[in-house]
Design a protein around this ligand. Structure first.
Ligand SMILES: O=C(O)[C@H](O)[C@@H](O)[C@H](O)[C@H](O)COP(=O)(O)O
Length: 580
């Protein structure tokens, strides 16, 4: 039953309410909780809906104070809903106009039940100090939502922290309950090792990430950094570093409410990671009346300890201005492409060694990986670079198939067969990706490769500052073959690995191109290179090439994500080159 009372008074509302309760058969009002909602007009409908849903599981009266229009004469419009129209209880909506907007506590007091608990909720903007606000002062608990504030969510949390009083809570905190539960249960299982550092990756200015980081910093007494992920990605991943390797909880961005938990020596585990709706979060908070001490510690003691990192891939398309320049070079056929590429490669290597004392080159697998290795071996045999130069050359792979050492399927074995052994490179400078066949060992292999990359990271990239992040040598040249689906390395279309921003390697399972298990460098690791060269031949690649050239960070076209710091070159044969 719904009763509208336009231009009314609080005493008239009380009278009407008593009468309605009699008519519909009043529910027991004894100790029922009152949810006091303070909201602006444009947010009122959503808030009432969420409050109604939330209190279906946990019966409560809902008293909504809508600040309609602050100008003009004071006026009160009311609406009362009881029975079926009010879910589990009763809803009283009070629309305040003019001077009455400043007297919300006085308006609402006659409608409160003696001795019954009060929870105050500000779905949008909240007062600076909620506990000192007249409405907040009446309440046992005060629920804010930093994510809904008009100003920066992180700045809003700082306010909450500086004015915190027991009983305060924030829905940005409630939204991470499941994250906390998953991380806590992972740490409670073997191996019981201390966490030495942690990183939370999230969209910029995400208050939930801030609170999760604060919780980790306080609970684990460890350095925690917040790294920027792509705009609008929400809370993306958490990495906990331990001596035996890291734990990574990575949310899937495909709307499935799932995540993958990666741990050393364990199979990656698919876990449910539901992001609660507004009503669900509210229901969780309405359920308790005691102060949330864990929230208090995360907010007040943890968040001030956080450090901030910019991810290497700093912003998303659109916010980054025009697409970076790429160069396209076309040769007659695959052999000519390999010739041209390796001619440039030896020049770059010589220059790098003379300028910086070493050269780091990333090799590709696939058909062009073999073609370029054959050409490079021939150049080396012809004396293209002196032994002193070769002594300072490091070779890496952009990806590797996770099969046993020496298996014909391995990219390094194919490079060996194509003449790698003819290059006078020091054995210790040939950085092969760890081999194996067992999926349970894949994450550890990726982690080991990341460690090896980090050990070669030069100081210019600030190894200390990037602990737990993308630590790789500044590659002089990264060569990448491109698949007909536009994959590069083992970064396949639409897959989560493409969006990793703060790890240098990814363990890939279920690769659409066989074999299924692979280790790949990530986009930030590849893009840390001075030069990224996409090396492609064959008509079957033409479509992938032209679509990738026209795109920019398209999740369906991994080749459109890679680019070098100084240059990005597409080396194509005629068949792969776009026509016209
Ligand atoms: O391990 C791999 O499969 C590769 O490293 C892969 O990224 C390759 O470079 C492309 O798939 C192109 O391969 P093709 O040139 O053989 O098509």
């Amino acid at each position: 039953m719904i009763r509208d009372l336009p231009t009314t008074s609080t005493s008239a509302v009380v009278k009407e309410l008593l009468q309605l309760r009699n008519e519909v058969g009043a529910m027991a009002m004894g100790r029922v909780l009152t949810l006091l909602v303070s909201v602006a007009e444009d947010e009122a409908d959503d808030a009432i809906r969420a409050a109604n849903d939330a209190t279906r599981q946990h019966p409560a009266r809902i008293l909504v104070l809508v600040s309609a229009d602050g100008r003009g004469r004071g006026r009160l419009d009311a609406q009362i809903r009881v029975g079926g129209d009010a879910g589990a209880s009763e809803i009283i909506v009070l629309r305040l106009h003019g001077a009455l907007t400043g007297q919300r506590a006085a308006v609402v007091t006659p409608l409160l039940l003696p001795d019954s608990p009060i929870v105050a909720w500000w779905p949008g903007e909240a007062p600076r100090d909620v506990a000192s606000d007249p409405i907040g002062m009446m309440a046992h608990r005060r629920i804010t939502d930093a994510a809904a504030a008009a100003r920066s969510g992180v700045a809003e949390l700082r306010r909450r922290s500086s004015t915190y009083r027991p009983g305060d809570t924030d829905l940005a905190w409630t939204r991470i309950t499941r994250w906390r539960a998953l991380l806590a249960s992972t740490l409670e299982s073997e191996p019981f090792e201390p966490v030495t550092a942690a990183t939370v990756v999230a969209e910029p200015d995400d208050p939930s990430a801030e609170l999760l980081g604060g919780w980790l910093a306080h609970a684990l007494r460890t350095p925690v950094s917040i790294a920027r992920g792509p705009q609008d990605c929400g809370l993306l991943s958490v990495r906990l570093e331990r001596p035996s390797g890291s734990i990574d909880l990575v949310r899937h961005e495909d709307g499935t409410d799932t995540a993958t938990l990666h741990r050393v020596n364990r199979m990656p585990r698919l876990v449910a990671l539901h992001t609660p709706t507004l009503a669900e979060s509210l229901a969780e908070e309405v359920r308790r009346l005691d102060a949330d001490e864990v929230y208090a510690a995360a907010l007040c003691e943890g968040t001030p300890l956080l450090t901030r990192r910019r991810s290497v891939r700093e912003e998303e398309p659109g916010s980054r201005g025009p697409r970076p320049e790429v160069e396209v070079r076309v040769e007659d056929d695959a052999v000519a492409v390999a010739e041209a590429v390796t001619q440039q490669l030896v020049e770059r290597v010589a220059r790098a060694v003379s300028d910086r004392g070493q050269a780091h080159v990333v090799l590709t697998g696939g058909s062009m990986g073999q073609e370029t290795m054959r050409a490079l071996a021939a150049r080396s045999r012809a004396g293209a670079l002196s032994a002193e130069v070769w002594d300072h050359v490091h070779l890496w792979w952009g990806d590797e198939r996770f099969v046993p050492a020496g298996d014909d399927d391995r990219n390094d074995a194919q490079a060996d067969a194509a003449g790698l052994g003819d290059l006078p490179v020091l054995k210790k400078n040939i950085h092969r990706v760890p081999s194996g066949r067992d999926e349970s060992r894949l994450a550890a292999a990726a982690a080991r490769y990341a460690k090896e990359l980090a050990a070669s990271a030069d100081s210019r990239r600030g190894s200390a500052a990037t602990a737990g992040g993308v630590e790789v040598p500044t590659f002089d040249v990264v060569m990448l073959g491109v698949g007909p689906d536009a994959h590069v390395a083992s970064l396949f279309p639409g897959r989560d690995e493409l969006r990793l921003t703060d790890v240098s390697t990814a363990a890939v399972v279920d690769s659409p191109k066989p074999p299924p298990l692979r280790v790949s460098l990530t986009v930030p690791a590849l893009n840390a290179a001075r030069a990224v060269w996409l090396v492609v031949a064959g008509a079957e690649k033409a479509e992938a090439v032209s679509r990738s050239l026209a795109a920019y960070d398209d999740p369906q076209l991994p080749a459109s994500w890679v680019r070098g710091q100084d240059e990005t070159v597409w080396w194509l044969d005629r068949q792969a080159a776009p026509t016209g």
